[in-house]
Design a protein around this ligand. Sequence first.
Ligand code: ZN
Length: 143
Amino acid sequence: MADFDLVVKNGMVVDGTRAPRFRSDIGIKNGRIAKIGRISAHQGAKVVDAGGQIVAPGFIDLHTHYDAQIFWDPYLTISGYHGVTSVVLGNCGFGFAPVRPKDAERAMLTMVRTEAIPLRAMQAGQKYTRRFADAVGDYRALL
Ligand SMILES: [Zn+2]
């Protein structure tokens, strides 16, 4: 039986601690990093050669505009393509929630100007922005 579910071999590890990058193998067991160091390929049930690649734990994007997109793309696919593993949403002053219904059009027009998002696309997605607003509630009342 293999020691690890997955062994990532020969990657250039950037661990996010500000330590200089280093070449290493990584052993993963039960979804967690179990070892960083020299690991033989035969120790892994699956082995991936990461030679010439950066191996990093992932990135946190603290400023996104996924307020509506998360309802039709729950994996926020485009961020994953770029190595982002965690996102924060709903914290932008240009976000759509919370917004009073009478101010929704103004909020969308702001996004037309600042983000070049077509107004018609946002109008079509209003049901999603309403779902986001309902999900977060009116947190202004708590301030
Ligand atoms: Zn923003």
